[in-house]
Design a protein around this ligand. Structure first.
Ligand code: NI
Length: 175
């Protein structure tokens, strides 16, 4: 297992529609283990393949509380087959540095896909796990949560990010 580098906006890899997984092989198991390591280390509650520069339709998430044991859920080739209700929740993303915003999502979703053994699974979720599922499935479709906010908010964030990057560059040059 290894912690991978998480790529961040505006990296164009995040905009690629990821490829369906066709082989459940050792390489995929390695990727899933690495993704789990990377997510827990960050720490985050969800991660998609493209975020570690692997353009495959694999998502993982764990919304267990801090005092609960880990509950890692892996979904390969996830598809939302049903969605209803509407909730507004604050979201952040390991690939979107230093930003959170309210996003509208379906309240309940039913997602089909495969688990890491390749067996078909159906997940019916509501609340936080439903939001995370929609956020991660967006990732494998090349969509980020900032695509769901107003253009004005997005432009303000882009401007702030540019400044932040400049500051980081100049602090690196001083070392
Ligand atoms: Ni994200």
């Amino acid at each position: 297992m290894a912690v991978r580098r998480i790529i961040t906006y505006p990296d164009t890899l995040l905009r690629q529609r990821a490829e369906p997984v066709t082989n459940i092989d050792g390489r995929l198991q390695q990727l899933i283990d690495d993704m789990a390591d990377t997510m827990y280390r960050a720490p985050g509650i969800g991660l998609a393949g493209n975020q570690v520069a692997e353009p495959y339709r694999v998502i993982i998430f764990d919304t267990s509380a801090k005092d609960e044991p880990n509950d890692l859920i892996v979904v390969i080739n996830p598809e939302i087959i049903e969605a209803d209700g509407m909730v507004l929740g604050e979201e952040g993303c390991l690939s979107v540095i230093d930003y959170r915003a309210e996003v509208k999502r379906a309240e309940r979703v039913t997602v089909q896909g495969m688990d890491r053994e390749g067996d078909l699974i159906t997940l019916r979720k509501e609340g936080l796990p439903a939001i995370v599922l929609q956020h991660e499935i967006d990732h494998v479709n090349g969509i980020l949560f900032i695509d769901h906010i107003s253009k004005l908010k997005r432009e303000l964030y882009k401007r702030r990010l540019k400044k932040l990057m400049k500051q980081r560059e100049s602090s690196l040059q001083r070392m």
